[in-house]
Each structure stands twice: as C-alpha cells, then as structure tokens.
Design a protein around this ligand. Structure first.
Ligand SMILES: Cc1cc2nc3c(=O)[nH]c(=O)nc-3n(C[C@H](O)[C@H](O)[C@H](O)COP(=O)(O)OP(=O)(O)OC[C@H]3O[C@@H](n4cnc5c(N)ncnc54)[C@H](O)[C@@H]3O)c2cc1C
Length: 426
C-alpha cells in the first residue's frame, strides 16, 4: 500500500507486524468495518524462518479468513521415525478440524494472508518500523512512533490509536519497550531450517525424526526435539530441526553440527546433497507457553510470538497466532463500542481469559512435557517403547498437534481435555 501517513495519523487500531498474527487480527477487525492500520518493517514478499507446516488447526483458521487455498500443497498426516520404528499417523477428521494439513512457504503465505486483510479493508504500510509506544501520563499506550522508509528519506511519524496490538514476533519490541519482559522460566525453543530439491518433494506425509543426537549417533544423548522433512510440492522440501528447553536460558543448540550429523543418517533417496540445497541453514527462536504476558494491559495487546504463543509440544506457532488474532479482534470490536476507557479495559479483559480458556491448561501440559523429554532417558523410552504402540500414538498425535476436540469428541479428546483442566493454567 502507498505510504499515506502524515505526521499525526489517528486510527481505531494500529497493528505492529504483518505476520500471521497481524494479518489475522487485521482481517477480523476490518471484516467488521473497524479502521485498522498495519505497520510492517519489511517489504512483501518477505521470508520468515519457518518449517512452513500448517496443521489442521491452522487450516481451520485459514478457512475462517476466507483464504483461497486452491492449489496449495495438502498433506494427510505425519510420519514419525525413531528408535527403529516408522509410524504413519493420519490427521483425524474432527467435528471442528479438517482431516488434512498443508505446507506453504512463508514468503508466499504471509503475503497472501495480509493481502486477504487488505482486501476486506485493512490498511498496510510496508517499510514502517515501529520504534516505540506513545504513552500518556498514566502510562497507557495511546499509539506508536514509526520510522517510515530508509536512509536519507526516512521520516518519523506518530500514529495515535484507541488500541495498539503488538504482533511483532519473538522480539516483541513494543511490549518490551513498555516493560513487558519475557518470563525466563518458560520453555523456549530454537530451530533451524533450509530447503532442498528432492525427488520426494511431492509426498503427502510430513515427516518427523525423533532421533537428534547431541554427538555420535547411538553413543550420545538424544536431544529434546525433532528433525522435520516437510514436502512442499513442486519437488521442494523444507528440512529443519528444533530443540526445546524448559527455561529461556537453556537453548544453546549447536544446530549446524547436529544438522550435519542428522543429514548423514538420512536415507539417500531424499537426495539431500549440497548440490540440491537451495537455501542456507538459518535459525530463530520459538517463544513458548505464554512466555510473555499480560496479553492485555493499558491499551496494548500481544498476539502470536509477541505473546509467547508457540506450542511447546511441537513448535507450532502459526495456528495459535491466527486464532489469537481472531480472539483479539472479537474483544477489540466489543471494546470500541464502550463509552470510556474503563469500559474498554473491562471488555478487553476478556482477551486474556479467552486465551487461557483455549490454551492455558494445554500449554501448562506442554511445560510438563518439555521438562520430561529434557531427560535423555525419557526421550529414548518414548522413541523405543512408545512409538510402536499404535493406540498410544493416536492419542499422542492428537495431543502434540493440538488436534483434540475441546468439547465432546472421543475418549482421547475427553482425556486430553480432562488433563488440561487438572493442571493450573499457564
Ligand atoms: C525454524 C522454525 C520453524 C518453525 N516451523 C513452524 C511450522 O512448521 N509451523 C508453525 O505453525 N510454526 C512454526 N514456527 C513458528 C512460527 O514461525 C511462528 O510462531 C509464527 O511466525 C508467529 O507469527 P507472528 O505473526 O506472531 O510473528 P512473525 O511471523 O515473526 O511476524 C512478525 C512480523 O512483525 C514484523 N515486525 C517485527 N518488528 C517490527 C517493528 N518494530 N515494526 C514493524 N514490523 C515489525 C516482522 O517483520 C514480521 O513480519 C517455526 C519457527 C522457527 C524459528
């Protein structure tokens, strides 16, 4: 979109960042006629380091955004490999979730999602880096300052808004600038990915490898994480690995070395030679289990990675970002109808409540899961003894991919729901 910002722009809602969180928030706001401005520091199409995997939970959100996914690469489920076993787990067709997943390169996906938001009326300014929050004398966030453009042509603008949404990803620059720090005792992941051309790039299962060794395979420790090979279609695969730790300080994964060791053990038919590698191996952090909160305070909301919404079970962050954006927009729409700030805050207090109801217990289970698999002996037990038990793996598949029905459903769904209620909310 053309940069039409003046020195003193005023909008109902300003959204910082146009990743999945920002696009979803903006789409759902604009679709009920709310004036929403999205500021994005990059220019689209832009890349984002990611596995590009979309579970049924993410597909569910794409459907609610009316995104046309004709021709997108679909998959039937997950093939899990470890401890000498290979298990194929189809995505279950649920009441509330479709029985398929997808892969979509983020350079394309994110552009398509924000374009969808613009189609329904959101305004987007690219090349706009938000530098700070504007606060009134009570500390309430009443807008942002942004640097538009680069170099000699850069200029600073102030944008005032009734509500400000930080969708700026793991750095959460805006939230940090007003003192909302990340919680070091929550899980944090680190992951790295690259792309290869491969004769198996059109397969319809995403593959997950549970044996990532800290050193020599079989003679060192199993890392708490997994390697993935996600077919993207058109003869391309996204290949990467990730590891998780129960605190923010413990993710010093020597990922290049682990990646090289893992690659040496991948079957040749994948064709993972240097000549077929079409992108560098690059890494980024995954903020998990609500590692930054409050998700609403004094005019400012956090959505997606900015609010630490990645699942510690599988490293998935797109579905939670899209869903939280929808929740945020619902609450904002109500809040903007209130007569004064107290009313706005009362309506907005629903947003963290909705997040807790949806993910609070589930993310707490994720924290327990991480603290268990951090023990290499437990990780080994899971791969050697757990994987070959089909009944157990059907349950684990639903649990790890957030593929369970929150209400009703079968025995597995009810057990997972009961477990999420037994633990305190994350
Ligand atoms: C290696 C790796 C693999 C992963 N694989 C998967 C996967 O397969 N499936 C999955 O679901 N999740 C995966 N994730 C997690 C997923 O990438 C994130 O959870 C997801 O991108 C979060 O979306 P978001 O919109 O919150 O943030 P982002 O996608 O990071 O978007 C933030 C946006 O804000 C912009 N921005 C930042 N600061 C500013 C600023 N100051 N001013 C203006 N704009 C700003 C950025 O340019 C960016 O466009 C993976 C993560 C990693 C690191």
């Amino acid at each position: 979109m053309v940069d039409e910002l003046t020195g003193d722009t005023r909008v109902a809602v300003v959204v910082v960042g146009a990743g999945p969180a920002g696009a979803s928030t903006a789409y759902h706001l604009a679709s009920v006629g709310i004036d929403v401005l999205v500021l994005e520091k990059a220019q689209f199409p832009r890349d984002k380091i990611c596995g590009d995997g979309l579970t049924p939970a993410a597909v569910h959100e794409l459907i609610l955004m009316g995104v046309d996914t004709t021709g997108w690469n679909r998959n039937r489920g997950l093939r899990v490999i470890g401890g000498g076993h290979t298990v194929e787990l189809e995505w279950p067709d649920q009441k509330s979730l479709p029985g398929y997943g997808m892969t979509r390169a983020r350079a394309t996906l994110d552009h398509e999602l924000i374009t969808r938001a613009v189609q329904v009326g959101a305004r987007l300014v690219e090349g706009a880096t938000v530098t700070a929050a504007l606060q009134d004398s009570s500390g309430r966030v009443v807008g942002v300052t942004a640097k538009i453009g680069k170099g000699a042509h850069a200029r600073l603008v102030e944008i005032r808004a009734d509500l400000v949404v930080d969708c700026g990803g793991v750095a959460a620059r805006l939230a940090t600038s007003v003192g909302i720090e990340k919680k070091p005792e929550r899980p944090m992941g680190v992951a790295a990915r690259t792309y290869f051309r491969s004769p198996r790039g059109d397969e319809d299962f995403m593959e997950s490898h549970l044996e990532l060794w800290s050193g020599k395979p079989g003679e060192s420790d199993l890392l708490p994480g997994y390697g993935w090979i996600f077919p993207m279609g058109d003869g391309i695969v996204n290949v990467g690995l990730g590891s998780v730790a129960s605190t923010a300080n413990a993710t010093k994964l020597p990922y290049r070395q682990v990646f090289e060791t893992w690659m040496r053990n991948i079957p040749e038919e994948w064709g993972f030679s240097e000549a077929h590698q079409i992108a560098p191996l690059r890494s980024a952090a995954l903020p998990m289990s609500f590692n930054r909160s409050p998700h609403y305070t004094c005019g400012l909301l956090l959505v997606g990675d900015a609010g630490g919404m990645v699942s510690a079970f599988n490293g998935e962050g797109i579905a939670p970002a899209l869903k939280a954006g929808r929740f945020a927009a619902q609450c904002i729409a109500q809040a903007l109808s209130r007569a004064d700030r107290r009313g706005v805050d009362r309506a907005m207090s629903q947003y963290p409540q909705m997040l807790k109801a949806e993910y609070g217990g589930y993310y707490q289970l994720g924290r327990i899961f991480v603290s268990l698999i951090e023990n290499p002996r437990i990780m080994r037990l899971c791969t050697t003894k757990g994987l070959p038990i089909p009944r157990l793996m059907t349950f684990v598949h639903k649990l790890l991919s957030d593929g369970y029905e929150r209400a009703g459903g079968d025995l597995d769904d009810r057990i997972i729901t009961a477990l999420t209620r037994l633990v305190p909310s994350a």
